[in-house]
Design a protein around this ligand. Structure first.
Ligand SMILES: [Zn+2]
Length: 359
């Protein structure tokens, strides 16, 4: 179907994408990296007012086009106050599992240099017995960057408005598993980059538009404007959002409550809280998976939403689907995925584009 995918290159790209800081509204570094990966292959690329990166590969028929989307942002925090001793208070950006915050490492990059810190709270010894077992509200947490004063924080560029996120380094675990931060949705970013590389020198039936969209984690915002523009200009026939979704194949979860499983292939969404996936898109994805022997699974009980929720309501409506890489501990700083699911998702989306026909 297409050239062998260079697995090492995909994993190395996943490492680089995962390590980058790109909190909602501050996705520039991720966007610059993606440009460096794709610019030699695309017919055209540009960045819009919201920081969305869009690219186009021309196909044989130009009266309709297909759209692939992934979001560049990750969940994080914004600093709201720094006290006289240099401790920083913060507001969360995006849907964190708040139970994971205390004691975590964090990063900020105020002036192109990376600073590390730790999320602290009152030590248990000074907390009244009755409160020790309760979760600590975010307002009572603070970040300790090691500053001794507010002045020192400011001298290092850390001030109100500085954004950052919880940090954990990228690692390869046994059995082909990968661990890192921001796999939601740098996995999708990676899928789009590799798919673009796979198809750029092939004769594709449809012009393909790519949108690396901003601000998904705070309400599917970037994709709203990129999809509008692309549909108006290219007449989008179908769209797919590429994502990282919840896997819950861990102890204590009933099979009927488990949205997806690591190692069982890319996940095709049927329905989530932002969209009922288009039957036409689902059928095409299944056809491609079966033709090329790509393992796949359906996402079962599904909360949450994706950029497809915004895209499918664009202008007169765009039939949409979602293809995701399953990930354990999503929306924490340590997500685990299976590299074979990532490769499978790339194959599925590439096949969708190469095999596209109107019949
Ligand atoms: Zn996501």
């Amino acid at each position: 179907m297409f050239d062998e995918i260079n697995e090492k290159q995909v994993i190395e790209r996943q490492r680089l994408l995962s390590d980058m800081l790109g909190v909602s509204g501050n996705e520039e570094k991720v966007v610059q990296f993606i440009i460096s990966e794709i610019e030699q292959y695309v017919d055209k690329y540009w960045i819009d007012a919201h920081g969305n990166l869009m690219a186009v590969i021309n196909g044989q028929k130009d009266h309709h086009a297909l759209l692939l989307d992934a979001h560049t942002d990750e969940i994080g925090f914004i600093i709201t106050h720094i006290n006289e001793k240099g401790f920083a208070y913060f507001m969360l950006m995006g849907g964190w599992d708040e139970r994971v915050l205390l004691g975590q490492s964090v990063i900020v990059e105020p002036e192109h240099h990376r600073l590390h810190g730790v999320i602290g709270a009152l030590p248990p010894h000074v907390v009244p017995e009755s409160e020790r077992k309760k979760p600590i509200p975010v307002e009572k947490l603070f970040i300790d960057f090691g500053f001794r004063s507010k002045e020192e924080a400011e001298k290092m560029g850390v001030k109100v408005g500085t954004v950052g996120t919880l940090y954990s380094g990228f690692q390869e675990l046994p059995g082909g598993l990968l661990k890192g931060k921001a796999f939601d949705d740098r996995s999708g970013c990676n899928i789009l980059i590799q798919t673009l590389i796979n198809i750029h020198d092939k004769e594709i039936p449809r012009t393909t538009c790519f949108s690396w969209s901003t601000q998904e984690e705070v309400g599917l915002r970037g994709a709203r404007t990129s999809a509008y523009f692309l549909d108006k200009k290219y007449n989008i026939e179908m769209g797919i959002a590429c994502e990282n979704t919840t896997a819950a194949d861990v102890p204590g979860v009933l099979p009927q409550k488990c949205p997806s499983i690591l190692g069982k292939g890319p996940v095709i969404t049927l329905v989530d809280s932002s969209m009922i996936a288009s039957k036409m898109v689902i059928e095409r994805l299944i056809k491609v998976a079966e033709k090329y022997d790509i393992l796949y699974q359906f996402k079962v009980p599904s909360r949450g939403g994706t950029d497809a929720g915004a895209i499918h309501l664009t202008r007169a409506g765009i039939p949409c689907g979602v293809v995701s890489v399953p990930g354990r501990y999503i929306h924490s700083p340590c997500t685990i995925i299976d590299k074979n699911d990532l490769i499978g998702a790339i194959k599925l989306v590439t096949g969708f584009l190469l095999d596209f026909s109107s019949d």
